[in-house]
Design a protein around this ligand. Sequence first.
Ligand SMILES: *[C@@H]1O[C@H](CO)[C@@H](O)[C@H](O)[C@H]1NC(C)=O
Ligand SMILES: *[C@@H]1O[C@H](CO)[C@@H](O)[C@H](O)[C@H]1NC(C)=O
Length: 784
Amino acid sequence: MISCLLSIVITVKIQHVSYSEELVSCVGWTTADELYSCSEDHQILRWNLLTSETSLVVKLQEDLFPIDLHWFPKTVGGKKQAQAEIFVLTSTDGKFHLASKMGRIEKSVEAHKGAVLAGRWNYDGTALITAGEDGQIKIWSKSGMLRSTLAQQGSPVYSVAWGPDSDRILYTSGRLLIIKPLQPSAKLLQWKAHEGIILKVDWNSVNDLILSSGEDCKYKVWDSYGRLLYTSSSHDYPVTSVSWSPDGEVFAVGSFNTLRLCDKTGWSYALEKPNTGSVFSLAWSADGTQLAGACGNGHVIFAHVVEQRWEWRSFEITLTKRRTMQVRNVVNDAGDVLEFRDRVIKASLAHGHLVVTTSLQCYVYSATNWNTPLIFDLKEGTVSLIVQAEKHFLLVDGTGVYVFSYEGRLISTPRFPGMRTDILNAQSVSLSNDTIAIRDKSDEKVIFLFDALTGKALGDGKPLTHKMEVVEIALDQCGPSSDRKIAVIDKNRDLYLTAVHRLYREHNICKIGTMVHTMAWNDSANILCGIQDTQFTVWHYPSAVFTDKDLLPKTLYMKDASEFSRAPHILNYVGTQVTVRRCDGSLVYSSVSPYPALLHEYSASSRWEDALRLCRFAKDQSLWACLAGMAMANRELTTAEVAYAAIGEVDKVQYINSIKDMPSKESSVAHMLLFSGHVQEAEATLLQAGLVYQTIQVHINLYNWDRALELAVKHKTHVDTVLAYRLKFLQDFSKKETNKRFMQYADGVEVDWEKIQAKVEMELVKEREKAATTSVRSSLASRR
Ligand SMILES: *[C@@H]1O[C@H](CO)[C@@H](O)[C@H](O)[C@H]1NC(C)=O
Ligand SMILES: *[C@@H]1O[C@H](CO)[C@@H](O)[C@H](O)[C@H]1NC(C)=O
């Protein structure tokens, strides 16, 4: 399975249902096993899921009808908050209250006219936002002092959410959604989102996606630019609640007698029809394993996610209970049961290993032995992300990023200033045997690159900066570390490829696709697959773009994916089959050729004869195009010539032929660089070898007149050659000289083609002789 794309199947199990007397309006978790609920009978109840006990925390005064509850953030940037044990409670009388864990109201503040419909702390606990029936939105300090009134409008604000950096808020205004930056001068973004009043919104800090639901009986997923990513069909009743799981992989939806679990693309995994009335509010525990709902009939429902499934090669692993996994090998139907001391929080299966984290420990299994896992204790907090490479894996928790070997040894802990680990996800972190890439959050154009073994920044320590915000990154997994490449999808959905090393030299960042929704590298060859607009695309040899841009389109496999319908999702890519899930949930299979992977293998081991034989056998133009690119990249000119001939590129065949006839090795290297469009590198190669005339000739051929003249003047040679070619060029195009420098040097220089040709001839003879003596000298040296 391709590790960066999710292939899990989830079911919600409603664990138990209990009730108070009247409508429950809100719920909030204190720990992974303890929940507070507030209901219209003025009770605050505490639910302990370990002991299954429910106790009354406090009975509030008779005129206090609670609406919303939100706990002060527990940890900020990995540090425990001193003031963690309070929550905000909003009520129908226009007040909000700061209450202690014991239920004591520490402070009540007059905030709005009419009910306070929502109250939310920001991520670092430095501000509280409240929204009122009076159409106002206010910001308060931690201690409940009014800072400002952020918005004022004619209709009630039913729901608010903070943006991932706590620098913007999202709120409802009738049928509109509005994103307002806190910075007064910044522009607000608003759009019509529903056909009825919007009742709930949520904004996930990890995936930056927005949920909304409303009286039009629909729920929708948006990106933070207001672009619609998913809309549900119409339900029978208004959708009264939506809530993201903390890691942003799934979300829950509540309606009348309905609880639904969806993945972030909107696809619904599970639908339960509990007898609850409307589910007014939903809350996930911080570790994302449990969900609670506040129900109209006085019930509080609890759900947890089970039957999550992971697949790799022939293995299928299912979380059957909260502490139990079932392993099945579909080849021989062998089964194993894995038991854990604590609840499973995260798991990942790839590269022959299963990595499981519970609240306290990490378990590492090898697919060859399910009986004796390696177990080590986790130092701090809850693991929010596991990323695997063949050699090692990486864990992210609230305090940092840790690379471990499969033997459980801590290998490195990459960091950069201002790193926020709570929002890292599979799209913003990538790992290969040698490299770690992490996209920055404060500046989403920036990607930090680290050596996986030391955790130190790569090269000169400068991060890779793209010209636009980056939404997804993925390192390729094969080949030597010096060739490591990173694929990047930016905000415009353009896909780029660049080398991780030598970033500032040979390779630029090259565009290889547009409108790319999703991508994944194969793990056994550097083949990339993705969905591009309505095409399912396989980039059989993406690096072709570095040797010959024109070749890239010829190396692709594309298949119309409109049959996959809108927003398809690649589930896995195993063997020669790709499984894609359409947004209606059905699966579509697509086969992929096995030959490109074989060709990668031949090229990596310089088995060019085998590669040619394979291409002749497969008779596939895209395979020949891949071989042309691979051979050129490896300076294997004979094979390249055959491959280019097979795809009818006569010009390129001739060029390669001329490269083979170059008088010296330096000249052929330079021309191979020119072939790939690397003019500066070609110039440097020639000048370093003292081949000044050849450098000048290269610039003449490229019509780089100024540079040609500059070099000629600087080295006091072939000024007349440059002038002669320039004159010929002007005559061919019936133009007049307008270039001042050329006008200046043309004065008094006689153009004599015979003389020039003789000089050029001499240069070539000299180059050949020099090349011959060097090769004799080196062969003598090697004989010694
Ligand atoms: C990655 O590491 C594994 C384990 O050390 C090794 O077998 C594999 O060849 C490595 N792959 C690459 C591309 O270096
Ligand atoms: C990568 O491609 C090869 C060859 O097509 C295939 O056998 C393998 O299963 C693929 N790996 C993944 C992880 O999809």
